[in-house]
Design a protein. Sequence first.
Lengths: 258, 278
Amino acid sequence: MTTTTQTAPLVRATGVTKKFGSGDKEMVALSGLNLEVREGEFLSLLGPSGCGKSTALNIMGGLLSATEGSITFGGKTLTEPSRQIGMMFQQAVMFPWRTTLDNVLLPVEIFGESKKKYRAKAEELLSMVGISEFAGSYPWQLSGGMQQRAALCRVLLHDPKLLLLDEPFGALDEFTRETMNQELLRLQAHTKSTAVLVTHNITEAVFMSDRVAVMSARPGRLIGILEIPFDRPRTPDLQTTSDFVALVAEARKMLELQ
Amino acid sequence: MTTLAPASTTTAKVKQQRPDRDTKGAGWIALITIAVFLLLWQFIPQTGLINRVLFPTFTDTLAGFVQLVSGGYWWEDLGKTMMAVAIAWPIGVAFGFSMGVILGTSPFIRQAITPYAIAVQALPKVVLAPLLIGWLGFGSESKIALAVIICFFPVWIDTMVGLALPAANEFKLMQSLKATRRQIFLKLQLPSAIPMIMVGVKHSLLLAFTGVLVAEILSASDGGLGKLAKEFASQLNMPLTYSVVGIVVILAVALVSIADVIERRVVFWSEESRARKR
């Protein structure tokens, strides 16, 4: 709020609507979304299932095209996926025939760049998330949490400007998820990338974000944006402060009023 | 049905916990079964209940086996059969794989060809043998052609199915990286399909063997184990006929075992391979 005279936003969604099906079966997944993602911020899309938050994320990633409206990324209209954008899904999506290291190196292999050049960086990332000793292991020898750590390394390997995270730790248990969220914040700060997180967990959204975009379902649309002013780095202790609890309550109220 | 489900899962768990005991038990059961079978084989023909000429005892058959193997002339027939398999199988695999890749990656061609593919699959392909012999003569060509026609199908179908195996998320990951169609095929679809393809390749090995033997039985002039079995049978020399059948069984088991070992090396990462190792 204080720095309104910023440069242009990294992502700008203007009147983005997405309809699936046609005729009687037409379903409006997302209705008239206007949203800006600022460079370097951590933004969450918070809402119940069916609020179109994943649809919005896939449109921002260029994987889906909007029925109406448009998306710009770095000032240019986005019509297809970009190598400046990295995506993470609820599943780790590791290929079982590749070792963990080779899975992490997959992006640069697809970009046609030398794997040798990135090998050291991949190993560094793996050790940053504490699984360097599993570099030569296969993903099916790793736990779900370790697989998501590797997926995090994979998405960070080529320094994408924008991280799109579709409930990346939703399939993990509560404890692992909390540690993973910490790792994510640490690495996002380290790489100075911009992140958009899709979640239905209010506490998680408030804890992680600079801003929380609250959405409602049927049809999916944006209710409002909540500014989260806490300093970084944030520690789990923050969650017990009264300011934090108040913000969580406010987000909950926004969701319930709908 | 629903009451059975929990019971079966508990046995599965027990099996995992005590693998040694279980495999040992299975080994003993197999040995005892073989012993009982051999004893029955030996003594039932001697009782006169069944015709000993048509059903020779185990020892008669063993003597025939020794006679056949020491005779030496069968080596040529063995060589001819195996040579035909060695030619027909790779051709069938290559053809089936190519068809599978073309149909598995092009929805348009898949839709155009599927009705014919179903018709061809339904056809008992052995019926083509007289046609092939008519076209290609009694030599090894018709033999190989029949084996190819019989054996390519599973590779085709398994390749096609395997290429469609990757989950939506895996395609999504590749798309988000802007992978080309070629990269999606080479780095995602093909590796995912390999376990399925290996199943088809193994299956086709036995089918190629079957095709060659059928062709040999139908057209005797080129020789081979099929011809040998047919000739011995027509001479009512049952011990030798049995021996040829026995050799075919041993060869088939050996071929499948080798294929299994190769499969396990190649697709060690697949869920099936890992489940088998447990």
